[in-house]
Write a protein that binds this ligand. Structure first.
Ligand SMILES: [Zn+2]
Length: 142
């Protein structure tokens, strides 16, 4: 049976749950690493409501502040990959000053350029189309 870690978390991994989301331990890579997930089955950011996204980010912000206070980390990486879980979620991972930057692991050793070479459109053309759509949808911000 496929047991969902957010709907039915084991008692020893559930840290907190309220209407905003669920905080749990999902194989922490280091002390302070937690998962903060939406309570509904909706795997991607574009699947959840704006209200749910705001609530989840608000909960994540409070948890990130606690992680920094408790670990002395310089910051908290916020990672949302969405490859396997049924719930949209963030991984919050403390990053210490002595740690190497995670950027090269995510975006490649040469930075962002060339990371997504498999995209069908050229990067410049795709970027213009996407930024135009964002601006067209959101308007001028007023
Ligand atoms: Zn679930």
């Amino acid at each position: 049976m496929d047991q969902c870690i957010i709907c039915s978390p084991a008692e020893d991994v559930l840290v907190f749950r309220d209407e905003r989301g669920t905080v749990l331990l999902d194989g922490p890579v280091r002390p302070g690493h937690v998962l903060v997930g939406a309570n509904i089955h909706a795997p991607f950011l574009h699947d959840i409501t704006g209200e749910s996204a705001a609530e989840l980010l608000s909960l994540s912000q409070v948890v990130a502040k606690i992680i920094v206070e408790q670990t002395g980390a310089e910051k908290v990486y916020v990672v949302a990959i969405g490859d396997k879980d049924k719930h949209f979620h963030f991984h919050l991972v403390p990053k210490f000053a002595a740690d190497a930057s995670l950027g090269p692991y995510v975006f490649g050793a040469n930075g962002w350029a060339g990371t997504f070479e498999s995209a069908a459109e050229s990067g410049e053309k795709a970027q213009k189309r996407i930024t135009d759509a964002i601006a067209g949808t959101l308007g001028d911000g007023n």
